[in-house]
Design a protein around this ligand. Structure first.
Ligand code: SF4
Ligand code: SF4
Length: 370
């Protein structure tokens, strides 16, 4: 990366006025998982807003420290909830990142993800196929697995597939490519993200899908919130938990204390809070416990926004705090996103507390009577 380079800020410039509404009140410090981790003001929302403003005004160069700070954001949106000025912090961070990528002033881990997706259509750079035991064919219900489920946590889509079969749903997998979430979060070019969107929509159209189900909250948010801004989405978009909440599930009893971790993409971004809780509470003998910080105030797992790749140790520490607080009240921490499961488990590798961490697909499939 070039040192002391002043960059064009084509994307962030559009949000310059938004940046100026930051009063520096510091309320964002009370919620930002990154600030909680490193206690550094440039890493909190207001710090990143100031850095983005400095880049736009060409008052600061895009040097290593500035670039690192702008990638210290999981895009969890908790600061936006807390911000009295309603600043769109996530949009500002992502716009600044887009300018950094365009100026070739980014981090090696970010370049690697973009390169991987261009070459292999997934952020992990996996070239092979993964057999999840279900076909691709015409059906009204599609299941979009997502890259993390497919390449890193295949047991989760296998559980989802098993659930759909037990419920007698006529479904199909999709010849999918990365949904584009990671690319968009880290600032890749819009045309590269749109290319992925078009490929997924075309693949779904060929199969005549009318409803697409998701187990990954990040993919779900892309299709629900971002795709319609760029492409026509000719099908209904639903997370598996929303689908399950409408079913009459016959579940075996489980006399355990279960807490639910709201993935930021599904919770704060899409405001889907009730359905996962409803599904968990369908389980006979379960004692559902609400975490102190839940729903709108849920703490982030720490892995999103590219942080798991750019600063894995910070992602792990942030996750460990979430797991520790859950372990004080629950036997099982359930969530609805393979990426959160993966990062929360990584967090527990650090502290090794006595709690099982599961995706809701795994929990339901293990208890669902066929
Ligand atoms: S809460 Fe909002 S207005 Fe206050 S310092 Fe943070 S970003 Fe600025
Ligand atoms: S989106 Fe989350 S990680 Fe990013 S600045 Fe706001 S609170 Fe911090």
């Amino acid at each position: 990366m070039a040192r002391r380079k002043y960059i064009k800020s084509e994307h962030a410039k559009k949000l310059e006025k938004e940046m100026l509404t930051c009063t520096n009140c510091g309320f964002c410090k009370s919620v930002c998982p990154y600030f909680e981790d490193n206690q550094w003001d440039p890493s909190v929302a207001r710090g990143k807003v100031i850095l983005a403003y400095g880049l736009v005004r060409k008052e600061i160069p895009a040097d290593q420290s500035v670039v690192e700070r702008l990638y210290q954001c999981t895009t969890c949106k908790d600061c936006e909830r807390r911000c009295p000025s309603n600043i769109k912090v996530v949009d500002i961070v992502e716009a600044a990142r887009a300018d950094l990528v365009a100026a070739k002033c980014t981090l090696p881990a970010v370049e690697k993800i973009i390169d991987n997706i261009k070459k292999s259509k997934n952020p992990y750079g996996e070239m092979g196929t993964v057999d999840l035991g279900a076909p691709v064919r015409e059906a009204e219900v599609g299941y979009f697995v997502g890259c993390t489920g497919k390449y890193r946590m295949p047991e989760i889509p296998k559980h989802a597939i098993s659930i759909l079969r037990k419920l007698g749903v006529d479904f199909t997998l999709v010849e999918e490519v990365c949904c584009g979430s990671t690319m968009q979060r880290i600032g890749a070019k819009e045309k590269d993200v749109t290319r992925l969107m078009k490929a997924n929509i075309d693949a779904a159209k060929k199969l005549k899908i009318k409803k697409m189900l998701f187990t990954c909250s990040g993919c779900m948010r892309m299709f629900k919130e971002q795709y319609p801004k760029h492409v026509q989405v000719p099908f209904e978009v639903e997370h598996l938990v929303q689908f399950l909440a409408k079913q009459d599930l016959k579940l075996k009893p489980l006399p355990k204390r279960i807490a639910y971790h709201d993935p930021c993409h599904l919770g704060r971004h899409l405001k889907i809070y009730d359905e996962p809780r409803k599904v968990i509470q369908m389980i006979p003998e379960v004692k559902y416990v609400e975490l102190a910080e839940s729903k709108e105030t849920a703490r982030c797992c720490g892995g999103g926004g590219g942080v798991r790749a750019t600063e894995p140790q910070a992602a792990q520490r942030i996750a460990s705090r979430r797991v520790k607080s859950a372990s004080e009240v629950a036997d099982i921490l359930v969530t609805a996103c393979p990426f959160c499961v993966s990062n929360l488990r990584l967090g527990n590798d650090l502290i090794k507390v006595d709690i099982a961490i599961k995706d809701i697909a795994e929990l339901v499939d293990d208890l669902l009577v066929a």
